[in-house]
Design a protein around this ligand. Structure first.
Ligand code: GAP
Length: 661
């Protein structure tokens, strides 16, 4: 089996996705729109499978997680409380000529000669004044003076300025009105003192730098720019120039990634709303409602799947970084470690690698975090992403948000993933699993004024039985954590002390704000990972030496968009067609079936191989009883190795369903 090279592989994947109807560019007939993608017939099925598998494993297969389906647009105060309004930003830089923006940390280094201009002035007025004067009689005294000055300074603007200054003071008033008019017009001449810099790549003519500068100053309101203060300097490996326009970029500034709109007919500040940049916040905002209506008790989780929107500065790598995408997020609420220690006498921690097993009531945040990392890896393995295609990034203290205790990113080795200095490819983020402390619920409690705490009778009882020393220790630890949260979010010291004291007193009475572990995955990234992982090519050579390369998408049956292809051997044999359609209808209620009677069997197999269909069944004459022992059997073909076997129709459905569980 040939393994295509990385970038070539990405090109092949993009082309296959279009050709087979997995992914199309959004609005393609109008030239597309950057960062937006549509899923075609196979893509839509794959997406549905991915989301349903996640939903099943996260909610229906568990007793401790329930679902939520919230709106995309929510009260803007939610995004203020969550910190998105103030801090959800990428640093970006702008090309002053094309206005294209790039992320400050993603500008590739370039070398060349930087042409710098200190400004420009408008040549139009000078030319008009000059041409008007040249049309005068040769004996015109003003024309004679200007001609004389020009012979010395060889600059039209300077000649006009000097001549006007001379003539303005003329005793006999010859040329004085002309001089006053010229000085007035020259004083009003548009000028720019904004500097402009262009990186001339090796082999390019300097005139291209000047043309870019003229275009820039023309945009700045100087219709016929005369460039000023030209200078040139050799530049090596600089990330200061736009990769396409080669113009020096603006200083970096934060660019909020939320899409803004207005709710209602009036486009005013009070009506500003945001398209949600993550699904998580709705879960926090509805925490109390879910708790009260679902009969869940901490620890428990709330799961949500849905669209999220981020105005990414540079969408890239196909669907990997899009502006509209879907997330699958779980917020798993747990007791704070101080509550666990009070109830169980201590907090059980688990090894930092491997699955820690069935959850225990005395787990603290560390064990729950490790549990969810391993649960999520098991999910990925269960849908066909081998462990060696995954990687991990454990965020360093410097990378962690101030409130987070830990965050582990699960990575996938995409074809575009880059090797590090040692040539090791770790991969790019599929999902992040963060231990977010009680930050989110605390923020919403503070900003909405609505309590987000829970009452835990077990804690209250246990607390009463603790020795004083232990009570004091846990009280102090809880107090310090709460105070740290309050002061880092801007609460003044005195108020923070009083609130943290009240919170710690609350703990002693069985009250606390739950902490949260958040596994947050992207649907689109996972789909891309599944397609990249499934992609393979097989090359066969016929007896004449002609070779043929075929694409096979080796999806796990659980995610495959089509589970089985059903073919009558020949389409002009009604008895075969009828039986094939009966088989199709038998399977259809249980799985996605593709019925195909067009073309040779080989072509039909090839079509299903490219679609990633794991099994095909063919109805041939044997099944009609030509060989009595084969009556009511089908030929079942396995995509992965091309193996074929006979299976009784009566067993087919159960056999296929067993592969999808
Ligand atoms: N609530 C936490 C949160 O949203 P995140 O790391 O920003 O965390 C979670 O996003 C996941 O959402 C990522 O791991 C990724 O799979 C997906 N995601 C984020 N931005 C994306 C984008 N621009 N395009 C596609 N997927 C994206």
């Amino acid at each position: 089996m040939a393994e295509p090279k990385e970038n070539l592989l990405m090109e092949k994947i993009v082309s296959l996705c279009k050709r087979r109807g997995f992914i199309y560019q959004s609005s393609e007939i109008y030239g597309g729109i950057n960062g937006f993608w549509d899923y075609g017939p196979l893509g839509a099925e794959l997406k549905r499978n991915v989301k349903e598998l996640w939903w099943h494993s996260m909610t229906r297969h568990r007793d401790d997680v329930v679902g939520l389906e919230a709106t995309i647009i929510m009260a803007p105060q939610i995004w203020k409380a969550s910190g998105h309004v103030d801090t959800f930003a990428d640093l970006m830089r702008e090309c002053p000529l094309t206005k294209k923006r790039v992320r400050a940390d993603q500008v590739e280094a370039q070398s060349g000669i930087a042409y710098q201009f200190s400004g420009a002035k408008d040549g139009r007025i000078v030319n008009e004044l000059f041409n008007r004067l040249m049309a005068e009689d040769d004996q015109n005294p003003v024309k004679l003076v200007v001609g004389e000055v020009l012979a010395r300074v060889n600059d039209r603007e300077q000649a006009l300025t000097t001549a006007a200054a001379l003539l303005e003071g003329n005793k006999d008033s010859t040329g004085r009105p002309w001089a006053q008019e010229v000085l007035k017009q020259l004083a009003a001449m548009p000028r720019s003192q904004e500097s402009f810099s262009f990186l001339l790549l090796p082999g390019k003519p300097p005139e291209s730098a000047r043309n870019a500068a003229r275009e820039f100053y023309a945009q700045a309101g100087i219709p016929e720019p005369i460039l000023l203060g030209e200078d040139a300097e050799i530049i090596e490996n600089s990330s200061d120039f736009h990769p396409e326009s080669h113009v020096r970029l603006s200083a970096s500034r934060p660019f909020n990634l939320m899409f803004k709109s207005h709710a209602g007919p009036i486009e005013s500040e009070e009506n500003v709303v945001y398209l949600r940049p993550e699904t998580a916040q709705a879960i926090f905002a509805q925490f109390k409602n879910v708790l009260e209506t679902s009969r869940q008790k901490v620890p428990f989780g709330i799961a949500q799947v849905g669209k999220a929107f981020r105005n990414e500065v540079t969408p890239r790598n196909f669907t990997f970084r899009s502006r509209e995408f879907e997330q699958m997020e779980l917020e798993y609420f747990i007791k704070p470690d101080e509550a666990i220690a009070a109830i169980f006498g201590g907090v059980t921690t688990v090894p930092e690698s491997g699955h820690p097993g069935v959850p225990r009531p005395d787990w603290g945040w560390q064990a729950w975090h490790q549990y969810w990392v391993e649960e999520r890896v098991a999910f990925y393995e269960g849908i066909g992403l081998a462990r060696d295609t995954l990687g991990f990034h454990i965020q360093t203290p410097a990378e962690l948000a101030h409130y987070a205790r830990a965050c582990t990113d699960i990575l996938f080795k995409f074809p575009f993933s880059k090797p590090d200095g040692q040539g090791h490819v770790a991969g790019d983020e599929l999902e992040g699993i963060a231990a977010r402390s009680d930050f989110d619920l605390s923020q919403h409690a503070r900003c909405s004024g609505k309590p987000m705490g829970v009452f835990d009778d077990e804690l209250r009882t246990a607390w009463g039985q603790l020795p004083k020393e232990k009570q004091d220790d846990l009280w102090r630890r809880y107090y310090e954590n709460r105070k740290k949260y309050l002061t880092t979010t801007g609460v003044a010291d005195e108020a923070a002390t009083s609130q943290a004291t009240a919170d710690a007193n609350g703990l002693a009475k069985g009250q606390y704000i739950p902490h949260v572990i958040e596994p947050s995955a992207g649907v689109d990234r996972l789909m891309l990972a599944l397609i990249a992982s499934a992609y393979s090519e097989t090359t066969s050579t016929d007896e004449k030496g002609k070779s043929d390369t075929r694409v096979v998408l080796k999806f796990h049956p659980r995610v495959a968009p089509i589970k089985v292809g059903v073919f009558p051997l020949l389409k002009n044999k009604p008895e075969l067609v009828t039986k094939a359609q009966t088989v199709r209808d038998l399977l259809r209620s249980w799985m996605n079936v593709y019925y195909d009677e067009a073309g040779s069997i080989g072509k039909r197999y090839a079509r299903q191989d490219e679609a990633g269909t794991p099994f095909c069944v063919t109805i041939d004459f044997d099944t009609l009883g030509e060989k009595p022992e084969l009556l009511d059997t089908v030929t079942l073909r396995h995509r992965d190795d091309g193996r074929q076997e006979r299976l009784a129709i009566g067993e087919l459905l159960e056999w296929l369903r067993s592969k999808l569980r």
